[in-house]
Ligand binder design. Structure first.
Ligand code: NAD
Length: 339
């Protein structure tokens, strides 16, 4: 029988809850033995629902339990640094949600700590595990579209998250576009060398308080000579709209569409189809597959498919994009580091 890895989830909000469901019931070699949220009532409610034996509001309880081998950190981004440090020092294998940390100095310090402690740490860029992005990657590697020369991404949320989330999120480029910056590096097989970003508040005035935007565009240049753009929005009232395109010298790959189910309703008033409502629905498989791979990697003591270094590189681009938007200047990542 496969040995089950004793695990805990820290942070049980919009996404952490789904990570807890996956670890508790969908990953054969994992066992969810503890859940932690600073909102104790929520931790207790979820522990009861998922039949998890232990719940706490203190991450220390998790780190001090030597029988827990792996932790999933899905608390707000501003808490990642402290939790990552403690998890690594206490010898746990770690899955951490994106962004790795809120700034680059924290990210680089974490990278050093992980290397020193030989910690297995995977960053939550789940799009790499999504069947559509994964198929696109394989087709690109197989040479089906020739050399990738242009990347295009659309990441639109149906609403702006609550203010309590926004203020710890790092803003649009660090919270949302970072997914596209990671997948751009991955699909284009090249590092981003410059970013020139723009943004506006068009619908959610409270974002101005945080120098954040609800609509943005980042223009990217790659070391290979390729270019690209990533649009992000909190204004897609119609649903959750995630698409990408890679243009190659011999063809183009389109990734994703709006539909949840492959059906059209035809009536005298016209044709309609449904629209994906939110991230847990769009990326159900990806969230499951990334955690399944994390537990495989922990069992086999391998290097994760998404490393801390990937987390650092995507954060570098995101912070440069935010700086570019604020200064209205193109940022050359080969010459400047934005912390
Ligand atoms: N990969 C993705 O698609 C994706 C989607 C959403 C969120 N995220 C990331 O997941 C993380 C959480 O986002 P969310 O939307 O679930 O946030 P959320 O605000 O819905 O939930 C965060 C939870 O963490 C708890 N918490 C806060 N500080 C804590 C601490 N120190 N210890 C334990 N619990 C603590 C809060 O009480 C809350 O329940 C963020 O880093 C975010 O960027 C990733």
């Amino acid at each position: 029988m496969t040995k089950k890895i004793r695990s805990a989830v820290i942070g049980l909000g919009r996404l952490g809850y789904w990570h807890a469901v996956n670890v508790a019931s969908r990953i054969p070699n994992a066992e969810l033995v503890a859940v932690c949220d600073m909102n104790l009532e929520e931790a207790q409610r979820i522990s009861k629902e998922l039949e998890v034996p232990f719940s706490t509001s203190s991450p220390d309880d998790i780190f001090q339990d030597g029988t827990i081998e792996a932790v999933i950190i899905s608390s707000p981004t501003s808490t990642h640094f402290d939790l990552l440090k403690m998890a690594s020092e206490s010898g746990k294998a770690i899955f951490v949600e994106k962004p790795l940390t809120i700034n680059l100095s924290e990210a680089n310090e974490i990278k050093g700590i992980m290397e020193k402690n030989n910690t297995i740490c995977q960053v939550g860029f789940m799009r790499r595990f999504d069947p559509a992005y994964d198929a696109a990657k394989k087709r690109i590697v197989a040479g089906e579209i020739g050399e990738p020369i242009y990347f295009r991404a659309i990441s639109r949320d149906p609403y702006a998250p609550h203010e309590s989330f926004i203020k710890h999120s790092g803003g649009m480029f660090v919270d949302v576009s970072i997914h596209d910056f990671d997948i751009a590096r991955y699909l284009m097989k090249s590092e981003v060398t410059s970013v020139y970003a723009h943004g506006r508040v068009l619908k959610h005035p409270f974002l101005e308080k945080y120098n954040d935007v609800d609509q943005s565009l980042a223009y990217l240049e790659f070391a290979s000579g390729a270019a690209g753009d990533a649009e992000a929005s909190r204004n897609a009232y119609y649903g959750y709209d995630i698409r990408a395109e890679v243009i190659g010298t011999e063809g183009t790959i389109l990734i994703g569409n709006l539909q949840q189910h492959n059906i059209h309703i035809l009536t005298k008033s016209g044709a309609t189809h449904d629209i994906l409502p939110d991230f847990p629905t769009r990326f159900t498989d990806a969230y499951n597959l990334e955690l399944a791979d994390f537990f495989r990697v922990v069992t086999e003591k391998e290097t994760p498919r998404v490393t801390v270094d990937d987390g650092v590189k995507a954060l570098e681009i995101a912070l440069a994009a935010r700086e570019s938007y604020r200064t209205e200047q193109k940022i050359d990542l080969t010459k400047t580091t934005v912390g």
